[in-house]
Write a new protein. Structure first.
Length: 55
């Protein structure tokens, strides 16, 4: 690999609007990321998805 052409890849703390936090790696600047929805509050993963049957 060529030196000094790749972005800095470091550990960040992700914070969801629901309050869930977890650590991952990213090349975004800063040590924290804020997101609106995660696997703890997404309707698909929580089973609270409402399916409309009317067309």
């Amino acid at each position: 690999m060529k030196q000094e052409i790749h972005p800095d890849y470091h550990e960040v703390t992700v914070t969801c609007a629901c309050g869930n936090t977890f650590k991952t790696k990213s090349n975004c600047k800063g040590d924290t990321l804020s997101i609106d929805i995660c696997n703890k509050c997404h309707p698909f993963f929580t089973g609270k998805k409402k399916v409309s049957t009317s067309l």
